[in-house]
Design a protein around this ligand. Sequence first.
Ligand SMILES: [Zn+2]
Length: 109
Amino acid sequence: MTDRETIRLKLETWRDELLGRANRIDAHLHRDEPVPADFAEQATELENLDVLFALDREGKKKLAAINTALQRIEAGEYEICSCCGQSIENARLHALPTTDLCAQCAKTQ
Ligand SMILES: [Zn+2]
């Protein structure tokens, strides 16, 4: 298996995990349950929703980055820095599979 395939599999596994989690969060956010009558319970419920919304936002951002990386692999431009056009270091791609910048450009941005 080539490096690129290893990374692609990693990205796809990661994406599937995030999608699974997003679906569970969605199911939780859209369930039909009566609002608790007790004020303290309402507050707890709202805090839980806040945490879920934050997770959801984070997850969606990561998903978008993963999809972009997968598209870049498809297009054959995965290891090309989107800023300077030089190739991105292999070790960097392994450590940060969703990056589209070489170490030098990431430092200066
Ligand atoms: Zn660069």
